[in-house]
Design a protein around this ligand. Structure first.
Ligand code: C2E
Ligand code: CA
Ligand code: CA
Ligand code: CA
Length: 274
């Protein structure tokens, strides 16, 4: 039995070592990708539910990997975060996204992008955002940062201060993935939020049999948000029935495969004059 125990240990160590080698290899690949501009923003339309008109886009990162093809965030964002590389990668992506919006999209459209916890630890995050807006020529009112409740746990006070300063110059904030994770209602009134995004877990339940619980939850989120003057975006809508349910509940905006999947800006602007 002792022999077996030692052997199992050795197997475990090997797996661990392999994992570490993989992570290190991935880190150096990420660095190279940054140098060679292999990251690209894809844009998913955010639509007004009433008439389906596109009102903005969420920028979602993709990695055009020379060997492995187009990679999604689940393939690399975790390692990019753990190694701290996500900051440099994100700034590159933010800048590209703002530039594309300024140059190609009609001027009434806004853009949102995902701001991870690491960024919000910098007290000068707002200053960097403003410099970037100046460089790219994007009007501050056309930008909405998406933050998750998890990112607020660290230091809610300093995050609130950063978002407050951004709001004072016109940049909006959206609370992402609402209803999952920590969901402290206190964030809703203590943060300067322009928007709230209802997580797709609730939206996808809406057209299922026995969906009355999620209907109640979504209706309650909408009532609360509207009482606080916060606009609501429903995430991940895939069916007409989900859309109908959301329209009847008075949800103003939505995003999901039913309305459009993430794609390069050129795809959305093809044939469009700005
Ligand atoms: P998220 O912010 O919640 O983004 C929504 C995700 O849902 C996206 O996945 C989007 O492609 C997907 N989605 C959109 N509509 C539908 C639908 O109708 N059905 C289903 N099943 N899924 C839908 P994606 O692009 O793979 O991004 C995953 C996550 O990675 C994002 O979740 C966000 O947390 C993170 N992420 C994306 N881009 C960035 C970035 O530039 N920087 C950082 N730090 N994180 C990012
Ligand atoms: Ca998001
Ligand atoms: Ca989300
Ligand atoms: Ca998410």
């Amino acid at each position: 039995a002792k022999e077996l125990g030692r052997k199992r240990f050795a197997v475990f160590d090997e797996a661990l070592a392999k994992g570490m080698v993989d992570v290190l290899a991935m880190e150096s690949e990420l660095r190279k990708a940054l140098r060679q501009n292999e990251f690209e923003p894809y844009f998913q339309p955010i639509c007004r539910l009433g008439d389906g008109k596109v009102v903005g886009y969420e920028a979602l990162i993709r990695w055009n990997h020379p060997q492995r093809g187009l990679l999604r965030p689940s393939d690399f964002v975790k390692i990019a975060e753990d190694s701290g590389l996500i900051e440099a990668i994100d700034w590159r992506l933010f800048e590209l996204s703002c530039r594309l919006l300024t140059q190609q999209a009609p001027s009434e459209l806004f853009i949102t992008f995902n701001v991870s916890a690491l960024h919000l630890r910098h007290a000068d995050f707002d200053v960097r955002i403003l410099k970037m807006l100046e460089r790219t020529g994007l009007a501050p009112s056309r930008l909405v940062t998406e933050v998750t409740e998890g990112a607020l746990l660290d230091n809610p006070e300093s995050v609130r201060a950063v978002l407050e300063r951004l709001r004072s110059v016109g940049v909006g904030a959206a609370l992402d993935d609402f209803g999952t994770g920590y969901s402290s209602l206190s964030y809703l009134h203590s943060l300067p939020l322009r928007m709230l995004k209802i997580d797709r877990a609730f939206v996808q339940e809406l057209d299922k049999a026995g969906s009355s619980n999620s209907t109640t939850v979504v209706a309650a989120i909408l009532a609360l948000a509207h009482a606080l003057n916060i606009q609501v975006i429903a995430e991940g809508i895939e069916t007409q029935a989900q859309r109908d349910a959301l329209v009847s509940m008075g949800c103003e905006m939505a995003q999901g495969y039913l309305l459009g999947s993430p794609a390069p800006m050129a795809h959305w602007m093809a044939g469009q004059k700005t």
